[in-house]
Design a protein around this ligand. Structure first.
Ligand code: IPM
Ligand code: MN
Length: 365
């Protein structure tokens, strides 16, 4: 198989973790006789520094002409501390999602047994949790009208959804539920928000086409509580852009660390794969970032964009083996961890690549 992959390392630890994701892709190509062609493009703070814009046209045209994108992270503390700055790294990410029509963000909350004790949530509550979030990604308050009133002392962001936006992601969620435990929990705030009442109405309508899938609705405040009270009660969670952003950071604690969570953004054309964590400037350059979220994003890329199921499963198995053998990055280490098995970013990537070589495989011709 011949595919073109664009690497978008972005800012902070994005560079460090994406480098390990790339090594895993190269190893898979070698083992299965695929040809993956790589190119890099700039986004975020780096791009602002170099070109004055967080998503240069050159980047966008590369992204529109490739088979998959592996993205790292964007952001820089200088913007967080200065809300008056007009050009911001995150604008590049949002524009890219919109321009590429990436309306469905899949965030699987996969809990590896070996990490049961890493979470601050009790293991008997966590055990067996397996949730797949469908976060809508190109609508909501993220893309509604925003601004300041003339007095500059009043600001607004409009939360807006159109029927078609809810319909298309709802279909994706129901279809995914069919391959899992056949349950969709739709999360909204329909007791207060009109956009949530439309959301609920449309999800109910779409749900009628999937009578074999159980549909329940929850308010976002209740869902945020139930998520850590009884995570096993969820299968597929379908929600809007803002609620999905918040709930998936919360849900990362089920998996033990933000450093473990991968995501796939899909829609009209090309797929984009990225860790759910941010640029983490507090640890940038120290070489201690966990590359597993990027590596697990590679597993999603192989499966969803390229249909390479066996290759994808092999990457997940390699992660499982690494954890079984006691290797950890700092964020997922605990008091039981053998200190000599705490790995830096590159060593963790190396262990995964080595595991891939050792795992049994059937070569594709
Ligand atoms: C995410 C991030 C982004 C978002 C930021 C960086 C704009 O938090 O992908 O979850 O809010 O969508
Ligand atoms: Mn987020």
């Amino acid at each position: 198989m011949h595919k073109k992959i664009i690497l978008l390392p972005g800012d902070g630890i994005g560079k460090e973790v994406t480098a390990e994701g790339k090594r895993v892709l190269q190893k898979i190509a070698e083992l299965f006789n695929h040809h993956f062609e790589f190119d890099e493009a700039s986004i975020g703070h780096h791009a602002i520094e170099a070109a004055g814009t967080p998503l240069p046209d050159e980047t966008l045209s590369k992204l529109k002409n490739c088979d998959a994108i592996l993205f790292g992270a964007v952001g820089h503390p200088m913007y967080d501390n200065d809300p008056t700055l007009k050009v911001r790294p995150e604008q590049g990410l949002l524009k890219m999602r919109k321009e590429l029509g990436l309306y469905a963000n899949l965030r699987p909350i996969k809990l590896f047994d070996e990490l049961l004790h890493v979470s601050s949530i009790k293991s008997e509550i966590l055990k067996g949790s397996d949730i797949l979030f469908f976060r809508e990604l190109t609508g909501d308050v993220y893309f509604g009208e925003r601004g300041r009133k003339d007095d500059r002392a009043t600001a607004y962001d409009v939360m807006i959804y159109h029927r078609y936006e809810v319909e298309r992601i709802a279909h994706k969620a129901f279809q995914a539920a069919r391959t899992r435990k056949k349950k969709v929990t739709s999360v909204d705030k329909a007791n207060v928000l009109e956009s949530s009442r439309l959301w609920r109405e449309v999800v109910q309508d779409v749900g009628k086409q999937y009578p074999d899938v159980q549909l329940e609705h929850q308010f976002v405040d209740a869902a945020s509580m139930r998520l850590i009270q009884n995570p096993r009660s969820y299968d597929v969670v379908l929600t809007g852009n803002l609620f999905g952003d918040i709930l998936t950071d919360e849900a990362s604690q089920i998996a033990g660390s933000m450093g473990m969570l991968a995501s796939a953004s899909v829609g009209d054309t090309v797929g984009l794969y990225e860790p759910i964590h941010g640029s983490a400037h507090d640890i940038t350059g120290k070489g201690i970032a966990n590359p597993l979220a990027s590596i697990l994003s590679v597993a999603l890329l192989l499966d969803i964009s390229f249909g390479l199921k066996e290759e994808s499963e092999m990457v997940i198995k390699a992660v499982e083996k690494m954890l079984k053998e006691g290797y950890r990055t700092a964020d997922i280490a605990d008091s039981d961890t053998d200190k000599s098995k705490i790995l830096n970013t590159q060593k963790a990537g190396t262990i995964i690549v080595e595991q891939l070589s050792k795992l049994p495989r059937v070569a594709h011709v």
